[in-house]
Ligand binder design. Structure first.
Ligand code: SF4
Length: 692
């Protein structure tokens, strides 16, 4: 035993996308202290409660410590410990059997939110195996913004929090609770301290909304109308950047004509925001340059996500805020192995045509399968059957819209393997459960696709329990057994070196640096134009007919028509204590937020005879759940803000840990989907409430 503490510098992960630099104190292979690293590029010393609690995962009694094979009926909670070799053999036999029977494409590879390189190694496994079907909830998280960006301006415009903005327009984003891919709130708070004006568009008065110069309390599901009304004001009052619109936009006159009907008076009726507030906020955004729009994935939670994202990109463009410092930029990737080469995209050139969603005519460039279409394939065999799924870092039973449909889907699969840190409701339905290592327990890189042009070193801090393996190791071993061995490595850590080789670094050297950034350069379009068919920002899409999408962004009404049987509106918000459905099992976090909390305006609560901490029923046309009432005037009297991701790890495994009692996705449906991305409505749902 040694009493010496040594400190390791790493980056947070798996508690969200990660990014905060950490200093971790280690003694005798145990983490004894954890602090934010003041030198951290993104966080400058800040860390959130999730990171503080993250070491508690390592020795938690609920931690999975051995590969487990199902003994009884699916979901019965009976397991047999097996060796890793038996586990790998079992995965290979079952995936190969489906491949032999139905073809490689009938095996799906499912990923939750990427935590490190495991997502990209999973895509490599799918490609080398021959399946185009990697299923990810990108339809409600980042794909609508990214893919709409690719079609509109040729890149994914992210807020540049590293250069001073005169104004930040935070739209459906709450970075003080959830890290939106590198937009850590400490960077934003620093800017606010230095005088940056803040406008927040949110149905709820979040902490940042309370600090903001203007808060627009929007009706859930009407964001697209509001963005179009901003454009109306800015174009009508000639506040746009004439130089940029003349030289670098395509379809400005059509857009101007199109938005003329979205007057603040008309849109005020749709959004519940007073017309003068719409006008003043639009003027403030247009007059402050540089100004950044930090857009959260709340705008992607309904079937209009394509139009909403398009309208916001048009707003960035007409005000001259695209690709300028302090505006919305195209980040340059560092000099690393390209993503296509890393995932061996060359081995599956037919992927864009063969992916399940291509048969549903989604928009090109969407490279992961929307969960609604994955389930349709399993349940209905359209466009072809899916017989098996390999699931990692994911809890679809909670995370996908319409949880009952997900339950039916998982029950119908011939085979499902799940890799995770603890037994989740999804893992409890698996045939095989694999114990994964946490990010403190292996070398990793965080990660391709962050959108902000950097990768982060995540060196191992302590050893994992003997039988917990890093996901990238599991995948590397499966790759060698299931696919031609030449695509894989003797040791999974060689994957890290391969990624870093073009930068002339190995993982050890990278760790010493801590992070690798692409060069910072703005106004790249001045050299070669925008990467669109017209070479300009396509306010009006020149390929609209071919893509079967509207050329101009339009608001097509609320996600659901009003229904007197369900007089209130339902939305949800993420908690700062949890990541989606993760970590209800960590005592520190659970003590801070013990129950699923539904936010209700005091007037509404009084109308329904509901008191603080009452157990209430929330009901939509699709199902009902119970949550605990929290009365607050931070929400509109007609809006209920429910908690999402709730299950109860302390309950019985054979009851799937109470998966359907408070789970927000019991209230959602996949009946109506957005055509471009297969996105379901998760926000702006009609609902009613009552005391239980
Ligand atoms: S904000 Fe995210 S990356 Fe930063 S400490 Fe919290 S969980 Fe970790």
């Amino acid at each position: 035993m040694s009493n010496d503490i040594h400190w390791v510098k790493t980056h947070c992960a798996r508690m969200d996308h990660g990014g905060c630099a950490l200093k971790v104190g280690v003694q005798d292979n145990r983490i004894v202290s954890l602090k934010g690293d003041p030198d951290g590029y993104l966080n400058k010393g800040y860390i959130c409660p999730k990171a503080t609690a993250s070491p508690d995962r390592l020795n938690h009694p609920l931690r999975l410590r051995h590969p487990l094979k199902r003994k009884g009926a699916r979901g019965e909670g009976k397991w047999q410990k097996i060796s890793w070799q038996q586990a790998l053999d079992c995965v290979c036999e079952n995936l190969q059997s489906v491949k032999d029977r139905l073809g490689a494409r009938s095996v799906a590879f499912c990923q939750g939110m990427p935590k490190g390189l495991e997502h990209f190694v999973l895509i490599r496994l799918a490609n080398t195996f021959g399946s185009p079907n990697v299923v990810v909830v990108q339809d409600v998280c980042h794909a609508p913004r990214e893919v709409s960006g690719l079609h509109t301006c040729g890149f994914y415009p992210v807020a540049d929090f590293h250069h001073k903005s005169r104004l930040v327009l935070l739209w459906g984003s709450n970075p003080s609770s959830t890290n939106e891919e590198g937009q850590i709130s400490s960077l934003l708070l620093n800017q606010i301290k230095q005088g940056t004006e803040l406008i927040v568009v949110d149905p709820r008065r979040t902490g940042l909304a309370a600090k903001a110069d203007r808060w627009l309390q929007i009706r859930p599901g009407s964001d697209c109308a509001l963005a179009l009304s901003f454009l109306n004001v800015i174009i009508t009052e000639e506040l746009f950047d004439k130089n940029f619109t003349n030289n670098w936009t395509h379809g400005f006159d059509e857009l101007a004509d199109h938005v003329s009907s979205y007057t603040p008076d008309e849109v005020s009726r749709l959004t519940w925001i007073p017309a003068n507030q719409i006008k003043e906020a639009a003027r403030a955004y247009a007059r402050a340059r540089p100004a950044a729009i930090a857009w959260g994935n709340a705008i992607e939670h309904n079937i209009q996500s394509f139009d909403t994202a398009r309208a916001l990109i048009c707003l960035m463009a007409v005000c001259g805020n695209l690709d300028i410092a302090g505006g919305n930029i195209q980040a340059n990737e560092p000099e690393i192995l390209s993503l296509g080469k890393f995932v061996r995209a060359d081995l599956l050139p037919s992927k864009p045509k063969e992916m399940i969603h291509a048969h549903h005519h989604t928009i090109p460039k969407m490279m992961t399968v929307p969960p609604a279409f994955f389930r349709k394939a399993v349940l209905e065999g359209f466009p072809y059957p899916i017989g098996a799924a390999y699931v990692q870092c994911a809890n679809p039973l909670l995370a996908y819209a319409d949880s009952r449909q997900t339950y039916e889907t998982l029950m119908k699969l011939d085979f499902m393997a799940v890799s995770d840190i603890v037994m989740t409701p999804t893992a409890a339905l698996a045939d095989l459960v694999l114990p994964a290592a946490t990010h403190f327990e292996f070398n990793d890189i965080g990660h391709y696709g962050l959108g902000h042009g950097y990768i982060l070193a995540r060196p191992k801090v302590v050893d994992p329990p003997a039988e917990c393996w890093p996901d990238i190791k599991i995948l590397n071993e499966l790759g060698k057994m299931l696919t031609p061995a030449q695509y894989w490595y003797d040791n999974h850590e060689q994957l890290l070196d391969a990624l870093l080789a073009p930068a002339g670094l190995d993982f050890g050297q990278f760790t010493e640096r801590g992070l690798l950034k692409g060069g910072y350069q703005t106004k790249k379009y001045e050299m070669n134009g925008f990467k669109t068919p017209s070479g300009k920002v396509e306010l009006s899409l020149s390929r609209a007919t071919e893509l079967k999408v509207p050329a101009l962004p339009e608001f097509n009404g609320y996600p659901e028509p009003q229904d007197p049987a369900y007089p209130l509106l339902l939305t949800s918000a993420k908690s700062r204590y949890y990541l989606h459905s993760s970590y209800r099992w960590l005592e520190q976090l659970r003590t801070a937020r013990p129950h699923p909390r539904a936010l209700i305006h005091p007037q509404t609560a009084s109308d329904y005879n509901i008191d603080e901490n009452d157990d209430i029923i929330i009901e939509t046309a699709y199902g009902q759940i119970s949550q605990i009432a929290h009365l607050t005037d931070s929400v509109h009297p007609d809006v209920i803000v429910a908690a999402c991701g709730w299950w109860f790890p302390e309950e019985k495994m054979e009851a799937l840990f109470g998966w359907d009692r408070s789970n927000f996705n019991i209230l959602t449906s996949t009946e109506k989907l957005g055509r471009q991305f297969g996105t379901p409505n998760l926000k702006g749902l009609n609902c009613r409430i009552r005391r239980k």
